[in-house]
Design a protein around this ligand. Structure first.
Ligand SMILES: Cc1ncc(COP(=O)(O)O)c(C=O)c1O
Length: 329
């Protein structure tokens, strides 16, 4: 199963921006076996320790904070190696993610109260992780927010993109949370003297590239606390995307390209739209799509949820039907 991680498809989005004079590709990370870009991170953070016998099924316990994709990715890798895995999640974790974690055999610890001083769940989850690591014998905390093996996993992501496009990538759009994906890609770009501009796609209300924390509805990208990895992550520019912009671009992506993508994928499309005016003719742009829309059917793809949070906005992505008739025969 683990050999199926990586080598995800790169697809061209030819219909997304009808008059574009540049090409747009998407790296489809949902095709990793546990469904997201975080399969790569999970595997890379554990594989060497398992090979060197530093993590063993009879005694080691992996403990990590994640309310989403990394938790599922780690649950898969730990299941494969027979390692015990305790995943610290919070009250906002979806039923579906909890069910997936449990199906893979992870033990789930739920943090119900946000941190008192910051009001953020992340800080409260990290505190619980530290407590567990201090009390469980042979506990190991991979710490995705500070572990150099997280970005290192994504040098492969960028190598695959560069090879598929014969080294011709002018812009790379990467949604950020730990910044691991973007960090690893930009490390590869610099090591191989590529001229690619790296655009960090952050959320409005995130502390990674922004100054003030605000409420965010869509999980995946953005963070309430600036991660340690961000200090060494290179970005040429950062673009902030709102929850509504994510929803609109996800729904448009589905409508125009039949791509059912996750919220942060929609965020990269929104960032592309915001920067399109300065992308030169003939350029090649790559968007990393971290996960699939099947994890967001109750939110982004639910008309009811969208109406509750944003009102009547469907006209923003619904378009007039195509006038050209289908050719019969
Ligand atoms: C859906 C989704 N998008 C984007 C990201 C951001 O990736 P990174 O942590 O590598 O910055 C994550 C991270 O968990 C994610 O789950």
């Amino acid at each position: 199963m683990l050999s199926a991680i990586g080598n995800t498809p790169l697809i061209e989005l030819g219909k997304l921006i009808p008059d574009a004079r540049f090409r747009v590709f998407a790296k489809m990370e949902r095709f990793n076996p546990a469904g997201s870009v975080k399969d790569r991170t999970a595997l890379n953070m554990l594989i060497d320790l398992v090979r060197r016998g530093r993590l063993s099924p009879d005694r080691s316990v992996v403990v990590e904070s994640s309310s989403g994709n990394l938790g599922v990715g780690l649950a898969q890798v730990c299941r494969y190696f027979g390692l015990r895995f305790v995943c610290v999640v919070d009250a906002r974790t979806t039923e579906r993610n909890l069910a997936m974690l449990q199906a893979y055999g992870a033990e789930v610890e739920v943090v119900t109260e946000p941190d008192r001083s910051t009001g953020e769940f992340l800080a409260a989850r990290l505190r619980r992780v530290r407590d567990l690591v201090a009390t469980i014998p042979y506990a190991y905390w991979p710490n995705q927010y500070g572990n150099a093996l997280n970005p290192a996993a994504h040098q492969n992501t960028m190598r695959e993109i560069a090879e598929a496009l014969h080294g011709r990538v002018d812009y790379l759009f990467s949604a950020v949370s730990t910044t691991g994906t973007m960090h690893g890609c930009s490390d590869y770009i610099r090591a191989h003297r590529m001229t690619t501009d790296v655009i960090a796609v952050d959320a409005v209300g995130s502390r990674i590239f922004g100054d003030t924390v605000g409420p965010r509805l869509i999980p995946g990208h953005g963070a309430g606390v600036r991660p340690a990895l961000a200090d060494t992550a290179h970005a040429d520019d950062a673009v902030f995307v709102s929850d509504l912009e994510c929803v609109v671009e996800c729904r448009r992506l589905l409508h125009r390209e039949a791509v059912l993508a996750g919220g942060s994928s929609g965020a990269t499309v929104a960032a592309l739209q915001k920067t399109a005016y300065r992308i030169p003719d003939g350029a090649t742009c790559v968007l990393i799509f971290p996960d699939g829309g099947d994890r967001y059917l109750d939110t982004i793809y639910s008309d009811e949820w969208v109406a509750t949070h944003f009102g009547d906005v469907a006209h923003l992505w619904r378009e007039a039907p195509q006038v050209a008739p289908l050719v019969a025969g």
